[in-house]
Design a protein around this ligand. Structure first.
Ligand SMILES: Nc1ncnc2c1ncn2[C@@H]1O[C@H](COP(=O)(O)OP(=O)(O)O)[C@@H](O)[C@H]1O
Ligand SMILES: [Mg+2]
Length: 213
């Protein structure tokens, strides 16, 4: 049993209110789109959900099999793919994954890394330096990071921007698999991305309860 709940989340930066009254409750197989104009706080909300940032008000609760997960441990059950994730240009794609695992304390076999690189279509380029990768390839490598530990909760920030048709189809496949295996939350204004989610919250409206579309 997996439950991920946001209870009256608000965020203020330097006394400027970004959003308030964000509440939702998601379970396995639920999917949520977070929409809103540039600067409405989509990326900020994802960071709060991942416990990378603290909310000004409100609580996030993650419950797995009836047990409450402490926010400091959220990262072991959650993957965040964001355009701001840091890659190391002077290392290969394979080495970047290896470094990321060691930092996170994840044990995955070479076979598992290989599977991931194949899944995001980077197997052929795994031994090339990341500085030689296109922006789409870098974004696909970030997916491999997020999927390394098969997180029950997957958060995607503008997942299809900067991707070509092949990259978008890889992302949609990952989204479909996530919807079967766990919870999917996507920050986006792309109408195709939004259609893939069952629920939506519009940050332009400030207050919203995860309304059904
Ligand atoms: N660390 C920060 N300090 C101050 N203001 C910030 C910080 N991060 C984001 N903001 C501001 O919060 C607002 C929401 O930003 P963001 O979450 O990136 O929006 P979106 O992802 O919807 O474009 C913007 O006005 C942005 O300038
Ligand atoms: Mg953003």
């Amino acid at each position: 049993m997996l439950v991920f709940t946001a209870d009256h989340i608000a965020k203020t930066f330097n006394r400027r209110k970004i959003f308030a009254e964000i509440s939702f409750s998601l379970e396995k197989s639920d999917s949520l789109a977070i929409t809103g104009r540039n600067g409405s706080g989509k990326s900020t909300l994802l960071k709060i959900l991942a416990n990378v940032l603290s909310p000004t008000k409100g609580e996030i609760e993650m419950k797995i099999d009836g047990k409450i997960v402490k926010p400091v441990d959220f990262f072991t059950h959650l993957g965040l793919v964001s355009p701001y994730l840091q890659l190391y240009d002077e290392f290969t794609g394979w080495e970047n994954l290896d470094i990321f695992m060691k930092v996170r304390g994840i044990n995955a076999s070479d076979e598992c890394l290989g599977e991931l690189l194949k899944r995001v279509n980077l197997w052929e380029r795994k031994n090339d330096y990341v500085r030689t990768y296109s922006s789409g390839m870098k974004q696909r490598l970030k997916y491999a990071f997020a999927l390394i530990h098969k997180p029950p909760i997957l958060l995607l920030d503008e997942p299809t921007s900067n991707l070509d048709a092949e990259g978008i189809s890889t992302v949609y496949q990952i989204m479909e698999e996530q919807k079967k295996a766990g919870i999917l939350i996507v920050a986006t204004n792309d109408s195709e991305d939004i259609k893939k989610c069952e629920q939506a919250i519009d940050l332009n409206l400030q207050s919203n309860g995860g309304s059904k579309k």
